[in-house]
Each structure stands twice: as C-alpha cells, then as structure tokens.
Design a protein around this ligand. Structure first.
Ligand SMILES: *Cc1c(COP(=O)(O)O)cnc(C)c1O
Length: 435
C-alpha cells in the first residue's frame, strides 16, 4: 500500500516510511492511494468470524504486499486479544464496547497495532526511535501500554496540565522506563501543535528519529476500521437479519475514529449514516451545517477526551470526499451536546436499565436519539470504560458505583518531572537531552 499526502496527491510514501515518520515529508497527512473493495461474498460469512479473523482479512487486503502474511496475522491477533462485545442496551440500540483493552478505552486498538508495526520495522535497526504522542487523556495510556518496555523505542507523552483524571495519568506515568511524561502548561491543541512543530523542525529531525503515535499516524487509523466490520458481523448474529445498511454514532474529537469508519465504508461496509457526536467543541458540527471549517480554542467539557478545537483528521475527511459537501452530508450527520445533556443521558440510562455510559459514550448515545428520535436504531461506539472517569460518574450519579473497583479509586497521580510551557524550544530540549 502506497500513501500520498493530503497536500500533494503525487507524493508516494511506503507503509514503512508512513509509520516511521508519521507525517508526509511536506507536513500533510497520509492517505492510501488505493482503497481496495472487499468482495461481497465476505459479508455472507462475516457472521461466523472472530474479531481477529475479520481484522486479518481487511488488514491483508491493505497491507499484504508490505508485511509477510504470517507476521501480519500475529500482529492482528495480538492487537485484538481482548473482547469487543456488541450489547443491545435498548431494543435496537447497540453499544459497541471498545473499552475492554488494557487501558480501558478504544485507543488501545490503534495503539497496540501501531506499536507492533513500529516494532516490526524497528527491530532490525540499531538506532532508537522516538515516538511523540499528544493526549487528551486516553491516548497516553494506550500508547504507553502498547510500547511498554520495547527495546529501541522511547515514548514521550504530552498532556495538558489539569485536564486528566488521576487514573489516566497513572496509566502512562507508571508504564515503564521508556515512557517519558511531559506536562504542558496549555490545552490539548497546544500539545498537538507542539508535536506537529517538532515533526517539521529540520534540525531536530536530523538529530533524532521521530514519529507520531497520534491518529495523524495512519497505522493508528487502519486497525480502527476493523472493528466497524466486526460490529456489523455481531449485528447480523444478534438480529438474525442481514441489514441493508447500518447506522453508527461516533463520539468525536480529533475525528480519527470517524475517519476510520469512513474508510471502512469506502471498502464496502454497508453504512447508511455516520452520526458525528460532538460535545460543546462543535467545530465539525458547524462545518457540516455551514460548509465552513473554523477551528476554535477548545472549551472544557465533561467529555474531556473530545475537547479538541482543531481536529487533526479533518484534512483527511476533506480529502476523502474531494471537499464535496453534498456527499459528506449524505454520509454524515452531526450533532453537538452540552454537558447538561450528557449528564442527563448518563443518569437516564443508569436509572432505567442500570447500564453505565461514560461521558463520551453518552454523547454517542445522544447522537443516535437525535438522529431518529422516533425509533433510534443503530450502533453507538462505547469508547471508554466509565471507571476511567470515576470521579465524574460518582458526581453525576451521586452514588459510589465503583465500590468494588477499589484499585481504580482516585489517589494522587505520580509526580511529573517534566513540565513545559507550550513552546517548541522547551520540548526540543527534553528530546535532545534524553538521547
Ligand atoms: C479520543 C477519544 C474520543 C474521540 O476520538 P477521536 O478519534 O479523537 O475523534 C472519544 N472517546 C474517548 C473515550 C476518547 O478517548
């Protein structure tokens, strides 16, 4: 699979280069030149296949020419070593629970796959590769867990001061000696901007080899396509009918998960609509409404992992649709929800059936209701385990629902050695001094 840059269709970048560099040489995001179409017959058998089997079929169509099939099979099996159940929580509403991985959020899928691919390419090299990741909360832990103790790989986790739960900080700050946490005195967009600036800093890139573990790295996105197919397969088994088309509600921040879904549709997954569920950071919702993309300074919300004002994957979506607003509106519908609405949804669902929605998942559930209020039907992505936001959940429900999860009880996170102002020189100093 060869990739091009969203800034120049004529670029040709190999998978290896795409993974090891993160961005195209011109600073654009990478997209596959050719998106293969899955044969129709695949969908006849899909109901009988496991997550790893489905993932392997899709992965091999995209990557087989670059990675030995046996190696790829193992990478995929290792990535999907945990369950991704589809649960019918109300008649016709299904939660795709993506949070049963080691760090309890869907980001484990992308991070585990990426770590294994980087390790595959790096294991024969004798230099150290430095992985940068900006986190709004969940990527940090997932990436740290994926790369933990891998030789020749060092991970720098940039996170915004004061925005993460103690559990989230602990997940990366205690992951291993090759994981370096960096607190940034700014917001998530500052963290994201800093990593981008690092990748385009010539002198820095000549001194150290750098790549990204954010969803700007195409290998974070590719494995996220797989679970959309797996969701479809479980939907077939659960409903016993072959739906012509299906609806997915995706709680969105940086739009990585959404982009992966759109790519899955391009490969032939029969999706009627993607519902894009935003919190008060509604840049994408406004874009679909008005046709204008206006990044903003993010506001703090109860669904913090989606507090993104300048979503990095927007340029991929624009590219995928050739900037055609009509087609985008045919495939996607977006809604934004306030903290009050999100909190009310958590309460409502808990009180009526005892199911816990974390604030991000609650946003996706609201999206499904807003899309078809009369008879909401479809799959909403459950992106984090509620225990990850224990403090928030306990405040909203006014009940200590996690009493049997004492190990998650909030305690002080470890002290972070590196705290920097949101400017490149401070980050550079850390990157260069640890070589
Ligand atoms: C990161 C995250 C999101 C948003 O996903 P994007 O791919 O950035 O749009 C949603 N929910 C949770 C729990 C997250 O950690």
């Amino acid at each position: 699979m060869i990739f091009y840059s969203t800034k120049d269709k004529n670029t040709r970048v190999s998978l290896r280069e795409a993974v090891m560099k993160g961005l195209a040489p011109d600073g654009g995001l990478l997209m596959p030149h050719h998106i293969p179409l899955i044969p129709k017959a695949f969908f006849n058998n899909i109901g009988y296949m496991s997550a790893a089997e489905i993932a392997y079929v899709v992965a091999s169509m995209m990557l087989e020419d670059e990675i030995d099939p046996q190696v790829l099979k193992k990478i995929v099996a290792d990535t999907f070593s945990f369950d991704i159940p589809l649960r019918e929580i109300f008649p016709g509403h299904f939660a795709l629970e993506l949070f049963h991985g080691p760090t309890l959020a869907f980001k484990d899928v992308g991070a585990r796959f990426l770590a294994r691919i980087i390790n595959h390419y790096n294991s024969s090299a004798d230099s150290t590769i430095n992985v940068l990741v900006a986190t709004s909360g969940d990527s940090g832990g997932a990436v740290a867990s994926g790369f933990q103790n891998l030789p020749g790989i060092r991970v720098f986790v940039l996170f915004p001061e004061g925005r993460l739960s103690p559990l989230q900080i602990r997940q990366f700050a205690t992951a291993g000696s090759n994981i370096v946490p960096i607190e940034v005195r700014g917001n998530f967009d500052d963290c994201q901007r800093l990593t981008k600036e690092a990748f385009s800093d010539r002198s820095l890139c000549e001194s150290v080899s750098l790549t990204s573990a954010n969803s700007i790295n195409i290998c974070r996105l590719l494995p996220q396509m797989f679970y959309y197919f797996y969701a479809y397969s479980q939907y077939l088994s659960a409903t016993g009918t072959k739906p012509a088309e299906i609806v997915f509600s995706v709680p969105s921040g940086n739009l990585g998960n959404l982009t992966a879904g759109l790519l899955a549709k391009k490969m032939g997954l029969p999706v009627k609509k993607f519902i894009v569920a935003n919190n008060n950071n509604d840049v994408f919702t406004r874009f679909l409404d008005s046709g204008e993309f206006q990044p903003k300074i993010p506001v703090n919300t109860v669904a913090r992992a989606m507090d993104v004002g300048n979503p990095s994957n927007f340029s991929r979506i624009l590219d995928l649709y050739g900037a055609d607003l009509q087609t985008m509106r045919r495939d996607m519908e977006a809604f934004s929800f306030s903290d009050e609405q999100i909190e009310a949804a958590i309460l409502e669902v808990y009180n009526s059936i005892g199911y816990l929605l974390d604030p991000h998942t609650a946003t996706a559930w609201l999206g499904l209701q807003a899309y078809s209020p009369a008879s909401p039907k479809g799959i909403f992505l459950a992106t984090a385990h509620p225990v990850k936001f224990a403090d928030t959940m306990i405040r909203i429900l006014k009940k200590d629902i996690f009493s049997d999860h004492r190990q998650y009880e909030s305690s002080l996170p470890p002290r972070i050695q590196n705290s920097i102002s949101p400017a490149l020189p401070a980050l550079k100093k850390i990157l260069l001094s640890s070589t």
